[in-house]
Design a binder for this molecule. Structure first.
Ligand SMILES: Cc1cc2nc3c(=O)[nH]c(=O)nc-3n(C[C@H](O)[C@H](O)[C@H](O)COP(=O)(O)OP(=O)(O)OC[C@H]3O[C@@H](n4cnc5c(N)ncnc54)[C@H](O)[C@@H]3O)c2cc1C
Length: 363
């Protein structure tokens, strides 16, 4: 029997949820596993519908603490704030220091907020999802005598989803969708983007392109050229970026923890990272939950392989992944490569995929 090794999991993102579910295999391979993560996980696939008030938060929630108990995994509820490579320790937000032989990060992303000031009470960032939860709370209290005036900054996937959902609410008077570039939905097939623009305009969304740089001034956004757009709530969806822990030296890099195809750190074999916080060096990956999901089995196999001295498995991303934007109002846009479909059946497909994935962590 090989000596027991201390495996520290930081964050319970999609890949680490898979490890938690199969923790008995880690145990059998000789690992004593500790997890530092908040006690619950919120699924981003359901986030827009939940934040815009159409769905119950419980629909997207996974009980991380219960999953770890089933483990066996020693779960410390909280966050890692610092990692020391020389002493091989991690410090948590309550000051506890934890030793590790191997460490793996799956801590997601934060919103990329270059020109928009945050910290103002009217501003809500889409990531982390704990911040997006404030949108739902704010929407419960419309201003007296009129409906909500809402502005969404960012014409990427999450900005489009949220603008569409918010415009579908009965108590919304006005939604502005701002994009710094010349077009919204640039990542979509051209005709799909046009259909999406038609859907948004049909719901009354006012789209402003070439908007940046913009700044917040009280409860208004000031556009290039000086135009002021007043809002009750400003939603910042300007793209996803690695969290500070993943950009700090000596382990982090500008685009997150740099990892090889084996999900091992470029310079440290005992350090792993998966999902949005990883900078996958073989090719640039979009920040999508599906990569974290597919990296879970690779990570598990990697830890088992180390225990037996077998070669390290590698992550091979699919060339085209299916992505489905939930647009509220009972419709969704499914896209895979150049193929796309906008309609109720896309939403039914998304709900089926989401339900199946969530169910594996609830039974
Ligand atoms: C509104 C919105 C909708 C989206 N919809 C989709 C979609 O439909 N499909 C899709 O594929 N992608 C979607 N995305 C993108 C998706 O959110 C991310 O790509 C995905 O969540 C990344 O998964 P992950 O496993 O890397 O991390 P996450 O799912 O973000 O999980 C990371 C976990 O780590 C925890 N954590 C963070 N910091 C620490 C720390 N220091 N210590 C310990 N724990 C920590 C967090 O609390 C979190 O639970 C959406 C994003 C947004 C903002």
């Amino acid at each position: 029997m090989p000596p027991e090794r201390r495996l520290l999991l930081v964050g319970a993102g999609h890949a680490h949820l898979h490890l938690l579910r199969h923790a008995s295999r880690l145990d059998a391979a000789g690992y004593r596993t500790t997890l530092v993560a908040p006690a619950r996980f919120d699924y981003s696939g359901a986030a827009s519908g939940i934040a815009a008030g159409g769905r119950d938060p419980a629909e997207g929630r996974i009980d991380v603490a219960a999953l770890a108990r089933h483990g066996p995994v020693d779960h410390r509820a909280g966050r890692v704030t610092d990692v020391d490579l020389t002493t091989r320790t991690a410090t948590t937000d309550d000051g506890t220091r934890l030793d590790w032989d191997l460490v793996s990060f799956n801590i997601g992303s934060v919103v990329d907020v270059p020109p928009v000031a945050t910290g103002d009470a009217t501003v809500v960032e889409v990531k982390p999802l704990s911040s997006l939860a404030r949108l739902r709370e704010r929407l419960e209290h419309p201003p007296t005598g009129r409906g909500h005036h809402l502005t969404v900054v960012g014409g990427g996937a999450s900005g489009l989803e949220l603008a569409a959902h918010l415009a579908a609410r009965a108590d919304t008077d006005r939604v502005h969708l701002l994009e710094y570039g010349p077009r919204i939905g640039d990542f979509l097939p051209h005709r799909a983007a046009r259909r999406l623009v038609g859907l948004l305009e049909g719901r009354g969304v006012r789209i402003v392109t070439d908007a940046g740089p913009v700044r917040v001034d009280g409860d208004a956004l000031v556009l290039r050229g000086g135009t002021r757009l007043a809002h009750d709530i400003l939603v910042v969806a300007t793209g996803l970026a690695p969290p500070p822990l993943a950009t700090r030296s000596p382990l982090g890099g500008r685009d997150g923890f740099p990892v090889r195809a084996t999900l091992q750190h470029r310079d440290h074999d005992d350090v792993y990272a998966a999902g949005d916080c990883a900078d996958f060096l073989p090719m640039s990956l979009p920040r999508l939950g599906v990569h974290g999901v597919r990296q879970g089995p690779v990570l598990l196999a990697a830890f088992e392989a180390r225990a037996t001295g077998a070669p390290a498995p590698v992550y091979r991303p699919q060339e085209h992944v299916l992505s489905i934007l939930d647009l509220g109002g009972g419709t969704a846009l499914a896209v895979r490569g150049r193929w796309w479909w906008l309609g109720r059946s896309s939403l039914a497909l998304k709900r089926r995929i989401d339900r199946r994935w969530l169910a594996t962590y609830r039974s």
